[in-house]
Design a protein around this ligand. Structure first.
Ligand code: NAG
Ligand code: NAG
Ligand code: NAG
Length: 455
């Protein structure tokens, strides 16, 4: 980009006829002004005199503040752990992100093989738990033989001492007496530090409309996590039963669901908000009835992209067609409602955003959404990564993928850590090796890998 180093040769003494001079301000004062400005203004300001030029070119303090402001404090903490302190370069890499790197996560080989890892599955739930030192929670899903699982696993993420490559330790949680029944196509999201689960299809094939809440219980001696589930008291009103709907948190008290497949097997287009009480003991469901609305669909995604904005993408529509439209739900002022997001064709490689269902869409640093995999209308599974950005300009970017090459997949799940720089992906449907025993050429996958933005 032209803004990066092209400061030209202009400079001035910075004074005016009243004697005011920027050269008389302390560096701290100038920095505190600069971090309040948008990037373009900072770069323009940089050209106004030698002093500001030096600052904007090489002050790591300035660029560290701008990184924290635009990409979050946890990314700054993460990079400090990596001893990466070239903040200006980091800023440029994040802003002009054009690729990711994938790493297969090695299983810790000290585990007993029988209970070492969850079996392959799809349409499960996967949540990064930020309160611990990095772990993933996996629940349910559908697996080989048409079973709908009710097992809960935690993957503790660590690094080996010798090679510092990443390893995971899967641990199966013992089934508590009170917990959601086995299911797939449910939603389970983190609200504050609690998990809220809704709906899905149970082991007898019946669509559900129960709402559950789980608190994490962390044993400080063993640093292990367990969950305590409770059926949430939602009063008389709840969305009709469904599976394969989309769900996202809005803030630490509210979540949003849209669509899915209902009791009679039809695709739904309704929007519901769940509001939790302050003590998290009660919840109230409200249906929003504003217009326009995204058409009925299933297998689409909702992704919270910042305060009061939730992005919807893709899915399969009423006529079994695969969709490519983008909407956001604005929950800042009642009546809350949907806003279609339109793109200039020149801001989409190929001129059209790619239709897909069963993909993942995860918030990454800078309020952007990383879209991975899914399948198109020909049921071709995908292995591509896209960046969807509606924050500054509205655009799609296809990302290069380096390192480990995961198989094309759909109905997998992905969850990012707090820094928004590491995305964990588990399971899904992948293409099988075509052979007589596998007439569909389709199988469940049980692989866990990490996608890094800044490898
Ligand atoms: C599935 O849900 C239906 C209706 O809620 C219930 O009657 C049935 O017992 C459930 N089956 C299982 C295996 O949980
Ligand atoms: C859904 O949930 C509500 C409240 O929990 C319940 O009263 C209702 O019977 C459930 N089923 C349907 C079909 O709405
Ligand atoms: C988000 O919406 C809530 C509820 O309307 C409002 O109180 C809050 O100020 C909004 N936050 C932002 C950052 O717009």
């Amino acid at each position: 980009m032209a803004e990066d180093d092209d400061h030209g040769s202009r400079s001035s003494k910075g004074g005016d006829e009243n004697g005011w001079s920027i050269t008389e301000m302390s560096e701290d004062q100038v920095l505190s002004i600069l971090v309040l400005l948008p990037l373009e203004s900072i770069l323009c300001f940089g050209m106004s005199c030698k002093k500001t030029l030096t600052l904007t070119r090489s002050s790591q303090t300035l660029w560290k503040s701008i990184c924290a402001r635009d990409y979050g404090h946890s990314i700054v903490r993460d990079r400090e752990r990596h001893r990466d302190r070239d903040w200006k370069r980091l800023y440029q890499r994040l802003r002009n992100l054009d690729g990711v790197s994938c790493f297969n996560l090695n299983l810790n080989l000290n585990m007993t093989p029988t209970d070492a890892a969850p079996i392959p599955r799809a349409s499960h739930s996967l949540n990064f738990l930020p309160s611990s030192s990095g772990s993933l929670l996996l629940f349910g899903g559908g697996c080989e033989g048409g079973r709908h699982l009710d097992d809960t696993w935690i993957a503790y993420i660590g690094t080996t001492a010798t090679t510092s490559s990443r390893v995971v330790n899967w641990q199966r949680l013992s089934s508590p007496t009170t917990a959601p029944s086995g299911r797939f196509g449910h939603s389970c999201i983190l609200i504050g530090t609690s998990l809220v689960l809704f709906g899905g299809i149970n082991d007898t094939g019946i669509r559900q409309n129960d709402t559950w809440i789980a608190h994490q219980v962390i044993n400080t001696t063993t640093t292990t996590t367990t969950l305590s589930w409770r059926l949430l008291d939602v009063g008389p009103l709840a969305p009709p039963p469904r599976g394969a709907h989309a769900c996202s948190s809005i803030d630490d008290r509210r979540m949003l669901i849209h669509g899915g497949i209902g009791l009679s097997g039809t695709r739904l287009g309704d929007t519901w908000l769940l509001c939790l009480s302050d003590n998290l003991c009660f919840g109230t469901w409200h249906q929003t009835l504003t217009h326009p609305v995204p058409s009925p669909r299933s297998g689409h995604t909702l992704t919270s992209i910042g305060p009061n904005r939730t992005l919807l993408f893709g899915g399969r529509g009423l006529g079994y067609e695969v969709l490519n439209d983008v909407w956001y739900f604005d929950s800042s002022l009642p009546p809350f409602g949907w806003v279609p997001v339109l793109f200039e064709p020149r801001n989409i490689p190929g001129g059209l955003s790619l239709a897909r269902v069963g993909h993942s869409a995860t918030l990454i640093s800078g309020g952007r959404v990383l879209i991975y995999g899914g399948e198109d209308s020909y049921r071709h599974r995908k292995d591509d990564f896209w960046l969807l950005d509606i924050t500054r300009r509205r655009l799609w970017t296809r990302l290069k993928c380096e390192g480990y090459k995961p198989k094309s997949r759909s109905f997998h799940r992905a969850s990012a850590d707090e820094s928004g720089c590491y995305l964990y992906v588990f399971g899904g449907m992948v293409d099988g090796i075509l052979q007589p025993a596998e007439p569909t050429g389709l199988r469940f996958d049980g692989e866990l890998f990490v996608v890094e933005l800044l490898a």
